[in-house]
Design a protein around this ligand. Structure first.
Ligand code: MG
Ligand code: ZN
Length: 216
């Protein structure tokens, strides 16, 4: 019985995700769903990405957090349109939450929309929201066994950003093993190693993004 209920929730979510996808495609918006554990650096990475791209492409942001507006305020300071979703306890964003706030963004003027999911390595991967691409951010401090312990998020993502590589000299992590483990659960995964602090690897990531969209 319980399994039936869960599958119905996911089916309903999938229908709304499809609706979002169609609306955003009609508007010519390329959509990324950013997912990670809390503290992996989603917001910092988003800020760096916006700083590098905003003169070349019109950007919008949906910020998902359980509570609070701190991240949305940091993004808003960059003068890009941003909407905050507070899930009020829910540990992931779903398609309906996105559907509810889409009309609050000037979609006709946006070409690239970032959705920052709630920090959580489990259920965000189960809920499509209408994105073109799922991007996972993993901090090097999280260790090389994360892909084996949380395979779904690695399997669902098209891109993995290994963040905070400026910390590598201070850590025991074997980054080659991390990459190997990631590709073991998802051989298609496109992997970038980046540091928001030193800026290393960020231009490879933003060049990749630009190649995926039509700049205005
Ligand atoms: Mg954040
Ligand atoms: Zn959840």
């Amino acid at each position: 019985m319980k399994i039936k209920v869960v599958s119905r929730v996911l089916e309903a979510n999938e229908r709304i995700a499809e609706e979002n996808r169609k609306l955003l495609k009609d508007k010519g918006v390329f959509v990324l769903n950013l997912m990670s554990a809390p503290g992996a650096g989603k917001t910092s990475l988003l800020i760096k990405t916006i700083e590098l791209l905003k003169s070349r492409v019109a950007i919008g942001v949906i910020e998902g957090d359980i509570t609070g507006t701190e991240d949305a305020e940091r993004i808003g300071a960059l003068r890009v349109p941003v909407v905050q979703i507070n899930t009020g306890g829910a540990c992931h964003l779903d398609a309906n939450m996105i559907n509810t706030v889409l009309q609050e963004l000037p979609l006709d003027q946006i070409r690239l929309l970032f959705i920052e999911n709630v920090g959580n390595l489990v259920c965000p991967a189960e809920f499509n929201v209408g994105e073109d691409m799922k991007v996972m951010i993993l901090s090097v401090t999280e260790g090389e066994d994360k892909p084996l312990k949380y395979p779904l998020m690695f399997q669902e993502s098209q891109v993995l950003l290994i963040n905070k590589i400026d910390l590598l000299p201070y850590l025991d992590i074997d980054i080659e093993r991390l990459v190997k483990n990631s590709l073991k659960v998802n051989p298609q995964l496109k992997i970038f190693t980046v540091s928001c602090k030193s800026g290393e690897g960020l231009s490879q990531w933003t060049d990749f993004l630009l190649s995926k969209i039509n700049p205005v």
